[in-house]
Structures are given as C-alpha cells and as structure tokens.
Design a protein around this ligand. Structure first.
Ligand SMILES: NC(=O)c1ccc[n+]([C@@H]2O[C@H](COP(=O)([O-])OP(=O)(O)OC[C@H]3O[C@@H](n4cnc5c(N)ncnc54)[C@H](O)[C@@H]3O)[C@@H](O)[C@H]2O)c1
Length: 255
C-alpha cells in the first residue's frame, strides 16, 4: 500500500518545477491529482510525465481570476467526489530593485502569490469542511524568515503566506483540516537552472551556491515534493500551523 492511496489532491503551479514534481510524487503514492496552472503547454508536459490519465486531471486557470479559481475547485471536487488535499505551489519571483519598483509590480506579486494562495485554500477548505476534513500545504519560502535585498515584494507575499497558514490552521482545526507551509531555500527548478546555465562558468556558479549551504548542496524539486507529501499524509496528523523550513541548513547558519 502506498503512502497516500486513493486520496484526491489539487496542486497549483503544476506545469513546472516544484508543482510538477509534486504531481508526479502524489500520483506515484496512490493519489489522484487535479493539476492547476495557467500554462497549458506546461500542463501537457506534466500529463506526459505522469502518464496516468485515470489519476490526473489538468485544468488551465489563472489564479488572478477569482471566478476561474472557484469553478476549478468545484470541478475538482466533482471529479472523484471529494478533495483530501490542496497544495498551493504556484508563484512568481521576479528580481526587483526596490527603488525602481512600481505599484503594478507589487500588485502582480500580491495578486498571484498571496491572494491566489488564499483563494485556492479557501475554496478547498469549503469542500473539505463539507466532507471528512483534509490537509492544505502552502509553499512559502525562507524569505518569510530572512531578508533578500533583491526580493522585497516577493518576501512580503511569503511572509503573508506563512502568517496566513498559522491563522487558517487555528480556524480550520475544528473541521479537521490541517494547514501547513513549507519554506524552501534554493531549489533547482528550471528558473534557477536556466540562470546558472547563462553564467560564464555554470559549474563554478553551481558550486558557489551549494557551498553557501551547510549541507554543501541545495534542494531538488523532488525533495520539496517529498516534504509536501509527508505533510499531506497520516504521519503528519498531529502537525498543523507549521512552517517547515527545508533549506539544507541555510537559515540556521551564522557564519
Ligand atoms: N525555486 C526556488 O528556488 C524556490 C524557493 C523557495 C520558494 N519557492 C516557491 O515555490 C513555488 C514554485 O516555484 P518553482 O521554482 O517551482 O517555480 P516555477 O516557475 O518552475 O513554477 C511556478 C508555476 O506557477 C505557475 N503560475 C504562475 N503564476 C500563475 C497564475 N497566475 N495562475 C496559475 N499558475 C501560475 C507557472 O505557470 C508555473 O508553472 C513558488 O511559490 C516559489 O515562490 C521556490
């Protein structure tokens, strides 16, 4: 028997990186997954990767569209008759120079990262509250905890997700809905890998990033997917409101 047999989860940001790895892992652990993303082509790549049409439904939705989110979660709930888990992975992280940033930049980050996470969690909680409860996992970041001068607005969204996670956990506990967050450091997703490949010496750049981590390496998307699976499943039945740092020791390092 697999860790999460016969469960049903929806995953946002499912067309790439951590979201795609999470879909793959959940299906391989026995779950059926509704994969949400605004990137239709990316969702097709996820579908090809998973190669299990019975246990994967892909829905194209932009999280900035509240009606679209409400309809997508409703469709997800109808598919197998219930939703046991919701994983909020979708997000953007554009580099930003604070003094040149605009209100439009801020609004876009807040709309996608924070409001998008809120809307999906709220809609999923409505479904779960009418059933047997469930689990929500939000992907935050170590930047909810420490400062990066090039990602000020992004950090605000992640701080908001971490705080919202705690409050939702308290609100939804009586409905048997657990709400947790994962706070990753660097993860080797396409965004980071492509940036590394563009540097004059990619191998040296990769080694330099890795050397800043006490463990001497940083996470792969599958590492984050594994922690998400743990938080969704029965081994985490006593964990709610947690912000689990998954950063190979980055934020506990003093020197
Ligand atoms: N990669 C890292 O180093 C890292 C570190 C800490 C936290 N995170 C967080 O992990 C999450 C995933 O990161 P990733 O590196 O896998 O990113 P990614 O860019 O590979 O994937 C993000 C996905 O979100 C989707 N998305 C973006 N805006 C959307 C919208 N409005 N509606 C629907 N879908 C939308 C994109 O299409 C994409 O498929 C993000 O929330 C990010 O902030 C990433």
């Amino acid at each position: 028997m697999a860790y999460w047999d016969d469960k049903v989860a929806l995953v946002t940001g499912a067309a790439s990186g951590i979201g795609q790895a999470t879909v793959w892992r959940l299906v391989n652990e026995g779950a059926s997954v509704i994969a949400l993303d605004r990137n239709r082509d990316g969702l097709e790549r996820t579908r090809a990767e998973v190669a299990n049409d019975e246990r994967l439904m892909a829905l194209t939705v932009d999280l900035r569209d509240e009606t679209g989110v409400i309809n997508a979660v409703e469709q997800a709930a109808k598919w197998k008759g219930r939703v046991d888990g919701a994983v909020n992975v979708a997000g953007i992280s554009p580099a930003e120079e604070l003094l040149d940033s605009t209100r439009e930049d801020w609004d876009e980050l807040l709309d996608i990262n924070l409001r998008g996470t809120f809307l999906v969690a709220r809609e999923a909680a409505r479904v779960m509250a009418g059933g047997e409860g469930g689990a929500i996992v939000n992907v935050s970041s170590v930047l909810a905890l420490v400062g990066d001068p090039t990602l000020v607005s992004y950090s605000a969204t992640k701080g908001g997700i971490s705080a919202m996670t705690r409050a939702m956990a308290v609100r939804l506990g009586p409905q048997r809905i657990r709400v947790n967050a994962v706070c990753p450091g660097d993860v080797a997703t396409p965004l980071l890998n492509n940036w590394i490949e563009q540097q004059s010496d990619p191998a040296a750049t990769r080694a330099k990033i890795a050397s800043s981590y006490p463990l001497g390496y940083y996470c792969e998307p599958a590492d984050i997917a594994g922690v998400i699976l743990f938080l969704l499943g029965p081994d985490a039945r006593c964990i709610t409101g947690a912000n689990l740092v998954v950063d190979c020791g980055l934020t506990v390092k003093c020197y």
